[in-house]
Design a protein around this ligand. Structure first.
Ligand SMILES: Cc1cc2nc3c(=O)[nH]c(=O)nc-3n(C[C@H](O)[C@H](O)[C@H](O)COP(=O)(O)OP(=O)(O)OC[C@H]3O[C@@H](n4cnc5c(N)ncnc54)[C@H](O)[C@@H]3O)c2cc1C
Length: 476
């Protein structure tokens, strides 16, 4: 059985996935067919002789090949190896699939790599994370992470509204029982395990809200309620991206979900949870993947926009060239920041090599503006062409074909190719999938407002103040 098939088989458990008001089986429902097929084929690249050395590495601990996201980089070359694996997966999916588990695996790898430092906060954490890291590697587990609690009333101080926070209701010798909800859990309906912890700092007087757990997606009492599916059917060739790459988002309801102690990584410990949330190795390794994925997506949307500009004959106009130039600058800026983060990688106190976070953070904080701007440029250049795409599947072999061919062709393309090009553009700009992606890029890494403010707050501003200091006392 292939690695991809083994993954799919694991999804045939008793998980509670709800779509359109019904409990469904993800491996059988058409909404998941294209997405699961894509993930299956990506997983199989680890065993494909042509891609194995890029996507995976030989792991002494497990005696097998495992995905590079599990690699603890001990040299700068190993950071480059990780990057090559991320690039291959994201290029194969044009950056449109973001939570393929390489982000969550990287977070796990960062926590594992720095587990000794956590001993001062919780002596049991190191052993638990090491055991789970080993298990996830051996299983080639598909992981996802969820941090946010439901959007009930953000004005209330943390912990004031009981229903707003995932909390431990009881404990026994076997484990803990969780109640509450979490949002947004991308990919959870087809994950093996979900890593959950709070995004915000938990006050010291509410320790029962401060936990970090690894929840099996098939746990009794865990209900994953999906948003509407954007996946097109196999027959709907007009929506090729929606057909293959609709990564599902879900809200998770924990109706007294039991989690065994070995998967309760942190318990009643606000300071430890905050340290995990801010762990430098985990953030650096995980967001390195995110910005490589972002680069693939910017390249894809730039490619579509440039092709459209050429095909409708507007690429000679100065205003169009200026906007295409802006897209290319976006691409190069993110590429440059990726290169800088790798070139300035350095070992931490544990000997783990980490890409430089200041460049990664900058790319992440630019990305939430770049992608929406790229969509805006694509709409501006493609203009009315986006809305003159014939509906349904492309079928030019009918009585309309002479007119279609005559009027819907482009500068060099015949009507069928040009319509396909515009279908891609519509998927990114006007379809439900496109709207979701615009939102995703703005928010997937957290609130962009607070992320940018945090970059300012963390920055060593004394260096900046020193630059103006001499002028403050000059007499000239
Ligand atoms: C498509 C999609 C997929 C996602 N997938 C995942 C995932 O897989 N895992 C995961 O953990 N998360 C995921 N997220 C969620 C993401 O982490 C959150 O959307 C993000 O952290 C923002 O939180 P929120 O949506 O609750 O917005 P809120 O925090 O409710 O913010 C709403 C608005 O109010 C403002 N605001 C709120 N509170 C404050 C404050 N204290 N100070 C100033 N301004 C404030 C914000 O700036 C924002 O404009 C996903 C989000 C999207 C859109």
């Amino acid at each position: 059985m292939s690695r991809g098939q083994a993954y799919l088989q694991r999804l045939n458990d008793e998980r509670n996935v709800w779509l359109d008001g019904e409990r469904i089986r993800v491996t059988e429902h058409p909404a998941f067919r294209g997405t699961l097929h894509t993930i299956e084929s990506l997983f199989n690249l680890v065993d494909d002789a042509d891609t194995r050395e890029t996507v995976a590495y030989w792991d002494e601990q497990t005696g097998g090949y495992v995905h590079q996201a599990f690699r603890v980089p001990r040299t700068s070359l190993e950071i480059n190896n990780r990057a090559a694996a991320f690039r291959l997966w994201s290029d194969r999916t044009y950056g449109v699939m973001s939570r393929l588990s390489d982000y969550a695996r990287s977070r796990l790898t960062g926590w594992y790599a720095t587990r000794d430092a956590m001993a001062v906060y919780d002596p049991a954490f190191g052993g638990k994370i090491a055991a789970y890291y080993d298990e996830a590697k051996r299983k080639d587990a598909f992981l996802t992470i969820v941090q946010r609690d439901p959007q009930i009333n953000r004005a209330l101080p943390v912990g004031e509204d009981e229903d707003a926070m995932l909390r431990i209701m009881s404990t026994n010798t076997e484990g803990v029982v969780l109640r509450g909800a979490k949002m947004v859990a991308t990919a959870a309906p087809y994950a093996d395990d979900i890593i959950a912890y709070p995004i915000q700092r938990i006050p010291g007087h509410r320790p029962e809200l401060a936990h970090m757990v690894i929840v099996a997606a098939g746990s009794p009492g865990l209900h994953m309620v999906c948003r509407e599916s954007f996946a097109a059917s196999d027959l709907d060739t007009a929506h090729p991206l929606s057909m293959q790459y609709d990564e599902m988002d879900a809200v998770l309801f924990f109706d007294d979900v039991f989690v065994p102690w070995e998967r309760v990584l942190l318990h009643n410990n606000p300071e430890a949870v905050w340290q995990i949330r801010c762990n430098a190795a985990s953030s650096s390794l995980a967001y390195h993947q995110s910005i490589i994925r972002l680069h693939s997506k910017l390249e894809f949307i730039t490619a579509i926009t440039s092709s459209i500009a050429k095909e409708i004959g507007v690429d000679s106009f100065l205003n169009v060239q200026e906007q295409l130039g802006e897209m290319i600058s976006q691409m190069h800026t993110i590429e440059g920041l990726i290169i800088a983060s790798e070139a300035q990688a350095a070992p931490d106190v544990h000997g783990n090599w980490l890409p430089s976070f200041k460049y990664i953070e900058t790319a992440r904080n630019l990305g939430n503006r770049y992608y929406p701007r790229a969509v805006e440029i694509l709409k501006t250049i493609a203009a009315g062409g986006l809305i003159q795409i014939p509906s349904g599947n492309l079928e030019l072999e009918n009585s309309m074909s002479p007119m279609m061919n005559k009027y819907l062709g482009g500068v060099t393309m015949q009507a069928p190719e040009k319509i396909r090009l515009f279908q891609l553009a519509w998927e990114l700009t006007g379809s439900p999938l496109g709207a979701r992606h615009d939102l995703y890029e703005r928010f997937y890494a957290g609130d962009p407002v607070r992320n940018r403010a945090s970059q300012y707050m963390q920055y060593d501003k004394d260096r900046l103040y020193a630059r103006v200091e001499p002028w403050l006392h000059s007499k000239g």
